[in-house]
Design a protein around this ligand. Structure first.
Ligand code: ZN
Length: 163
């Protein structure tokens, strides 16, 4: 029930963001800006170790040579079911017909990152989008290339096998 309500809110936000673009950005809630750490919201039955999320966040920042700044709003890492992610993906502007989403970055929804479980490469990819967008202010066409570079770097690190 709570998840359905949550999905409805996200869907409403997405439609709002799609229609009003920058206006939605201006509505971003900056109340979490005091802490640079990602805000983790888990809507699944699985346990998520937020320490691993934090470590990965700073690791991706380091790869991109960014020093995390608490003046920027932190990302919200939201863990939902695979089915719910597909439902949101179907409504998003990022939709590529025939594709399935493993992670989504929704900059206009308080920098939300949607994932279905903790996976270094998927979450690292989405963190790269967050930094590329908010810190580096790179145009959208550069986002995937940068995220793929981050994924390659994460893969090459010995402790990446630990997840
Ligand atoms: Zn991507």
């Amino acid at each position: 029930m709570a998840v359905q309500k949550f999905i409805f809110v996200i869907a409403a936000l997405l439609i709002f963001a799609a229609e009003f673009g920058l206006a939605a950005d201006a509505r971003a809630d900056l109340s979490g800006a005091k802490e640079p750490y990602p805000i983790v919201e888990n809507h699944t039955a699985d346990t998520i170790d937020s320490t691993l999320v934090d470590l990965l966040f700073f690791e991706v920042a380091e790869i991109l040579e960014i020093s995390v700044n608490k003046e920027f709003p932190p990302p919200r890492v939201i863990i939902i079911s695979f089915e719910d992610l597909q439902e949101i993906y179907q409504k998003s502007k990022a939709l590529k017909p025939g594709f399935r989403a493993f992670g989504l970055y929704l900059p206009k929804n308080n920098y939300a990152i949607l994932i279905t479980s903790f996976d270094r490469l998927t979450l690292g990819h989405e963190f790269a989008h967050y930094f590329t967008h908010l810190y580096l202010k790179e145009p959208r066409e550069k986002w995937e290339g940068i995220a793929e570079k981050v994924e390659r770097e994460l893969t090459s690190r010995p402790w990446s096998k630990r997840r």
